[in-house]
Design a protein around this ligand. Sequence first.
Ligand code: C5P
Length: 197
Amino acid sequence: MIFTVAIDGPAAAGKGTISRAVAERFGFAHLDTGLLYRAVGAIGGDPALAARALAPADLARDDLRSLAAGQAASRVAVIPEVRAALVDFQRRFARQPGGAVLDGRDIGTVICPEAEVKLYVTASAETRAHRRWLEVGGDAGQVLAEVKERDARDMSRAEAPLKPAAGALVIDTTAMTADQAVEAACAAVAAALRAHR
Ligand code: C5P
């Protein structure tokens, strides 16, 4: 069975939690595509060369989760050659037999517009910054400023800007618990699976 769940949205909206839960519930493979861009940003040097040479070990670095790595990722993510180098791997992952969940910024719009389920997971900037601050600590005002800066860069870039895909179900997690968000996503996946079979 080929079945893709495409999950897009801004930083700290809940994509990761939802993606992992959907993958586990339905037995699908999961790819956090943000890690690809974080790794390219962390490697340094020429970003296009780094993207073309990206290897699995690069995704296992332990320094990819920091605010700085997120900022570096969004800076290399505006480069068309970087995005182009990562397309084939993501498309193959999306259409592998057995089902796949991919989360990122352009999965339903560019990587896999034919996905059987497209979700756009969002929340207010303040809520997302607070969640990120609980993870990373530091100065709350600076975390909010970084979230807004990254949103602006991701949404305004020319290449694959962040926006809801056509036909995407929007899940606003601002006033939801993680469990409620996961259930909303799983209900959409279960309905699409019934229609698919
Ligand atoms: O999701 P995460 O915060 O790990 O993503 C880091 C950055 O990588 C994003 O801010 C965005 O600029 C970029 N990205 C992207 N396309 C994706 C996934 C991430 O441009 N599919």
